[in-house]
Design a protein around this ligand. Structure first.
Ligand code: NI
Length: 256
């Protein structure tokens, strides 16, 4: 079974020199599907353009909490319009980021997050949630929209928070940091996560797994994330590849 990278930023400037080469070569490297989330209106448009150009790329569109400063009705309208595109499979990435002091104020991030959750409810689309150092508020806001499901990208919350999301039908995304020596919570979270709710992501060009940590990431490094999860869950890497392929297709409704 091929690989499905459910979160990669190929619109990033890190791929300006060789984007076409990297993307064209993914299927031959076994990566048959990838979802490129947007971070603002411009990058969402680029994600859609990449999805139009490459059959194996799908787009998500949305406004990331780190990039939401100054965003208003025009931006929400632009995201809504992009959602009509046939290769847009989700709204994302959206959420809360309390890590960086220079990020937009928390209340503003929460407003932008809620507006996009409302849109997901209205359009019946899954969401890709970014939650960094904002676990309590992120969980509280998604619980306000019980009809909306999706994935917590690069999940970094507690096993208890994971359980709350899992019982409501959410998926959890696992990324390169699970291969780092200091990954303490990830094995505990993986232990409480059923196999049918795990998706694997690279977050390319970021979060490169060991042994390539420090280099630019791309979807071809996904097997290192899959290998670690397979070890923790007691299945073979081949089985984990098949499972995460099916999960990604179910999450983003790409099943035939
Ligand atoms: Ni991301």
């Amino acid at each position: 079974m091929p690989l499905f990278d459910t979160h990669a930023h190929y619109d990033s400037g890190a791929f300006n020199a060789d984007r076409d080469e990297v993307l064209s070569n993914l299927p031959a490297a076994g990566v048959a599907l990838a979802v490129n989330p947007g971070c603002d209106v411009e990058s969402s448009r680029t994600a859609v353009a990449l999805a139009e150009k490459y059959p194996h790329i799908y787009a998500a569109v949305g406004i990331h909490p780190e990039d939401c400063a100054g965003c208003g009705e025009e931006d929400f309208a632009a995201v809504r319009a992009l959602c009509r595109h046939e290769k847009v499979v989700a709204i994302g990435e959206i959420g809360l980021d309390y890590y960086w002091a220079e990020n937009p104020p928390r209340e503003f991030q929460q407003m932008v997050f809620r507006r996009q959750m409302e849109l997901a409810a209205e359009l019946d689309l899954p969401v890709i949630v970014h939650d960094r150092e904002a676990h309590g508020d992120s969980l509280a806001i998604v619980l306000e929209y019980p009809e909306v499901r999706g994935v917590f990208h690069c999940f970094s919350g507690s096993p208890e928070m994971a359980a709350e999301l899992l019982k409501r039908g959410w998926y959890l995304g696992f990324d390169g940091p699970i291969t780092y020596k200091n990954a303490k919570r990830a094995p505990e979270v993986a232990a409480v996560t059923p196999l049918d709710r795990i998706v694997v992501e690279t977050d390319s060009p970021y979060l490169t797994p060991v042994p390539f940590r420090g280099k630019r990431n791309d979807s071809r490094y996904l097997p290192y994330v899959i290998g670690k999860l397979a070890e923790w869950k007691g299945v073979t890497p081949e089985e984990m590849t098949d499972i995460t392929w099916e999960n990604g297709k179910r999450l983003f409704r790409l099943e035939e």
